[in-house]
Design a protein around this ligand. Structure first.
Ligand SMILES: [Zn+2]
Length: 292
């Protein structure tokens, strides 16, 4: 009997699948030798999925944001290869310090640790560092952090990708069951957990606490203060997780993964950002030579 022959395309597909299987997207899974190969494949990009450890109402685990951002980043990195930094959750979460299990590092440490982390990533060859934010409370920190990257010359560039982990609306299957269910620890975030770690989600406990906005602070629009969030949501729960489903989470996380993959692709091919940053750092050494 003749052995079955494989077409070139089939052989190529098998070889591609085998090499994809061999190379993990996770920094900590790679050998040192494979890490250098992974850098070539990622075109010297590396991503830092940025989560937090905080209460997620009565239904979500403390690591909801960390687990969800790592999951969507993994979906993305498998579509558009990049190296994912190990679990990172040293962000801004002072507003939940009154709740069990919250890890709130000091302001100075948040900034120093993040700066040293991206610097170490760069020293290891990650010349484009992509911070993928999975926690709303990190927005304030990251807005400041990204701006202060210009304080001194760097041979790497940092990008922040935010807003892609809440992908509701991008796909009809990811849409909320009704208005007002999608706040912190609500239907969206808990559905996302159910898509990949269903054993950690407890939507049946959603009504044990209120996720309603208590509107206890009456200030004009445009005026805010640090205690604003607590004045609205003292249970650190905004919305309603009762209608969470794995199907919705699957649609939302897949949409988020595709959005992050598109961002990684655009960052890989960005040549303008690095060129302008280098030009700026050089000009900033002698500002009086800048043409007026
Ligand atoms: Zn969250």
């Amino acid at each position: 009997m003749r052995a079955p022959t494989l077409t070139f395309a089939a052989l190529l597909a098998i070889a591609t699948a085998a090499s994809a299987q061999q190379k993990s997207v996770h920094w900590e899974d790679l050998t040192a030798e494979d890490f250098t190969k992974a850098l070539a494949e990622s075109r010297n990009t590396c991503a830092l999925p940025f989560g937090i450890i905080e209460k997620h109402g009565p239904s979500g685990p403390l690591g909801t944001d960390l687990l969800n951002v790592r999951y969507t980043s993994e979906l993305a990195a498998k579509q558009e290869y990049t190296i994912l930094f190990p679990a990172y959750y040293f962000g801004q979460i002072f507003e939940a310090r009154h709740q069990p299990g919250t890890l709130a590092y000091s302001t100075k440490l948040q900034l120093d640790l993040l700066q040293e982390t991206v610097s170490e990533m760069s020293r290891n060859g990650c010349k484009k560092v992509i911070i993928i934010n999975g926690h709303g409370g990190n927005n304030a920190l990251l807005n400041y952090f990204i701006q202060v990257q210009l304080d001194s010359p760097k041979d790497y560039i940092v990008y922040v990708v935010s807003g892609v982990s809440s992908a509701s609306g991008q796909s009809p299957a990811a849409a909320p069951s009704k208005p007002g269910v999608d706040g912190h620890a609500g239907e969206g975030e808990v559905s996302n957990i159910m898509a990949h770690r269903p054993e950690l989600a407890h939507p049946e406990r959603a009504a044990e606490e209120s996720g309603k906005n208590l509107r206890r602070l009456d200030l004009p629009q445009g005026v805010t203060t640090g205690i604003s969030w607590y004045s609205m949501y003292p249970n650190h729960y905004a919305g309603d997780a009762a209608g969470s489903t794995a199907a919705r989470g699957k649609a939302a996380t897949e949409a988020a993964g595709a959005g992050i993959a598109a961002a990684i692709r655009a960052i890989k091919s960005d040549t303008v950002g690095p060129r302008l940053q280098a030009e700026f750092f050089e000009a900033a050494k002698h500002p009086n030579d800048t043409k007026q």
